[in-house]
Every structure is written in C-alpha cells, then in structure tokens.
Design a binder for this molecule. Sequence first.
Ligand code: FAD
Length: 117
Amino acid sequence: KLGNETLKAELGRAAWKVLHTTMARFPDTPTQDEQDALKNYLFLFARLYPCGECAEHFQKILKKYPPQTSSRSSAAAWACFVHNLVNERKGKPIFDCANIGDFYDCGCGDDEKEAMS
Ligand code: FAD
C-alpha cells in the first residue's frame, strides 16, 4: 500500500487516463479476441494495481459490474460508470458520462496513415 495520499492520487490520475484513453481507442466493432483481451486486461489491471486498498475495492466492482466490451461506446460508458463509483466512494463529483466521447484523445491519430505522416 502506498502510504502517501499525494502519490496515490497521482497514480490514480495517471491510471484513469490510461484506462479511459484505452476505451476511446477500442474498436467500434471488436472481434471476440479483442473483447477477451480487454476483459483480461481489466481483470489483471485490477489485480495488479499498485495500491492495495484500491485494488481490493476495484476487484469487487469488477465482480459486481463485469466489463462491457461489445463496442467502443459500451466499454467507454462502462469505464466512466466504474470511475464514478470510485468518485462516489471518495466523495468526489460525479462525471457526466455523456461527455466521455470528446474528453479522451491519445493524440495518436485515427489510422496508420495519419500516424506515419
Ligand atoms: P481522478 O478521479 O483521478 O480523475 C482524473 C480526471 O478524470 C478528473 O479530473 C476528470 O477530468 C476525469 N474524470 C472524473 N471522473 C470521471 C469518470 N467517471 N469518467 C471519465 N473521466 C472522469 N483512491 C482512493 O483513495 N481509494 C480507492 O479505493 C481508490 N481506488 C482506485 C481504483 C482505481 C482502479 C483507480 C485507477 C484509482 C483509484 N483511486 C483510489 C484513486 C482515485 O480514483 C483518484 O484517481 C485520486 O483520488 C485522484 O483524484 P482526482 O480528483 O485527481 O481525479
């Protein structure tokens, strides 16, 4: 367990950023293999998250609300929902998940061509 609240918050912000940006880049129509990969990633993320108290709580959330991986929008909505559960627990404001589409952009371009230019 990280004892320092500042480090825990910094880790949390970085981790949420990776998580939400991953969802924003997930395929609109994922293959079964891509859906399985995201599910496995999330369960391992929850298991290995380097804050013991957070990992324990997040694993319970995953059990109660299994990851939605059938499309980009359902994955993004699911991640927004579970982040709000953590916000609620911490007494933080609830994020409006209707805005999730515009909020996370990795800046890595929409396709290979763009990434190479
Ligand atoms: P964060 O919650 O880190 O959010 C960062 C930014 O994301 C916000 O500023 C906002 O712009 C945006 N955002 C906010 N809500 C949403 C949403 N629902 N969807 C999309 N974007 C949003 N801390 C604890 O003390 N105890 C815990 O048990 C705990 N569990 C955690 C579990 C996980 C899996 C993770 C990743 C973090 C956990 N944390 C926990 C850390 C905590 O969630 C915050 O990251 C930390 O408190 C810093 O909060 P913050 O106010 O800077 O914003």
